[in-house]
Design a protein around this ligand. Structure first.
Ligand code: SF4
Length: 369
């Protein structure tokens, strides 16, 4: 079986790493483009959320490229993620493709579900290989987030436009090639070193903006129209608060390996003053992240949500109260296949301008007092 999976930002590096260790034949779908989105949208219910359309588009492009097995994340959750695997399976069958579906219900089975899923997808039943593969995937997910943080720092300060992006791409390549824990560690070290060699403008005034919202659109560059790069270009250091490593640390890693409260746990506790129950998706984390940004005097928060995302529509409404009580500016951006880049950039520029003026005002008030 030639297995494939969805891109979801740079997550494919972790999955590909695991499949390589298991000696599987796999296909990385072509990078997500407008064509992927059009393909996914064409075979999706009109009002389903954007991530579904992109994931389905990735699967279809992978099948066209020769994949005959699809690894899918399944969930019993309270939002539409619970329907993703069932609906995409029906859509793919309706088109006429005969492929194998391997469901990973990670919320239910955690590491065991990954173990079974990889075994089925690759035909490799060697427990040592399977444990190594899962370990490498989890390590790479953690490292991708470490590299992203460093990239964000240098991107906002780089003196030559594009140099941080180039360094980050090289760092990703090192990590993609690594096959063992030691190689991953060396790849991370080399990657961070390359990023630290990016020449920076020491005098540049930097704004700090937190990025939160629905996990797929926060980490997937195509669906969020490269928001982090665009903000970096405006001299903003982006702090991505919703990360895949937070999710794997909460839901996948065995409880015994967790020595401190996870990001998800901390944000849920903070959000309790504004919402009493979990409404699914990443809504509680979006609220908690915004409260935390207010407490930490961040310069602002950008909240990303896919059009028709039920949990984030709830959090978007609650964020008005958080803004008022915590004195933190929030820009909620709704993303769908009709979002245009020009209007998107204009809104970002206006928000950055507002955050900058607010920061200047705060500094002046502080100096006076
Ligand atoms: S969190 Fe929102 S966008 Fe994500 S799967 Fe659920 S409903 Fe869709």
């Amino acid at each position: 079986m030639k297995v494939s999976f969805a891109h979801m930002g740079n997550t494919y590096i972790a999955l590909a790493g695991a499949l390589k260790i298991l000696g599987a034949e796999f296909i990385i779908p072509p990078y997500t483009t407008k064509k992927t989105l059009n393909l996914g949208s064409k075979h999706s219910p009109e009002v389903i959320c954007l991530p579904y359309k992109l994931v389905l588009g990735n699967y279809l492009e992978a099948i066209e490229a020769g994949a005959d097995g699809i690894l899918m994340i399944d969930s019993p959750g309270t939002c539409r993620l619970g329907q993703y695997s069932q609906s995409s399976r029906v859509a793919i069958r309706d088109i006429g493709y005969d492929v194998e579906f391997i469901n990973l219900d990670l919320y239910k089975g955690k590491v065991f579900e990954l173990y079974q899923g990889f075994r089925k997808a690759t035909g490799n039943a060697n427990p040592i290989d399977l444990v190594r593969a899962i370990n490498i995937a989890l390590i790479k997910i953690d490292m991708l987030d470490v590299l992203d943080e460093s990239y964000s720092y240098y991107r906002a300060r780089e003196s030559k436009k594009g140099s941080a992006k180039k360094a980050h791409s090289r760092a990703l390549k090192f990590l993609d090639d690594a096959m063992t824990v030691n190689e991953c560690k060396a790849a991370l070290k080399n990657g961070l070193e390359i990023l630290s060699n990016v020449s920076v403008d020491p005098g540049r005034e930097i704004l700090h903006i937190d990025l939160t919202g629905e996990i797929f659109v926060v980490i997937d560059q195509f669906s969020n129209m490269d928001i982090a790069d665009e903000l970096g270009r405006m001299g903003v250091q982006v702090h991505r608060k919703i990360k895949l490593s937070n999710w794997t640390n909460t839901f996948i890693k065995p409880t015994l390996t967790k020595f401190e409260d996870t990001h998800e746990g901390q944000m849920k506790t903070l959000a309790r003053d504004f919402i009493k129950r979990d409404v699914g998706g990443d809504a509680l984390e979006s609220i908690g992240d915004t409260i935390s940004a207010g407490n930490n005097k961040s310069d602002g928060v950008i909240h990303l949500l896919p059009f028709t995302c039920m949990p984030e529509i709830i959090s978007q409404n609650i964020l008005h109260n958080v803004t008022r009580e915590k004195d933190i500016p929030v820009l909620s951006l709704i993303l769908d296949e009709f979002s245009g880049k020009a209007g998107f950039i204009t809104r970002l520029e206006a928000f950055v301008d507002l955050a900058q003026r607010r920061k200047n005002l705060r500094t002046k008030t502080k100096i006076r007092s």
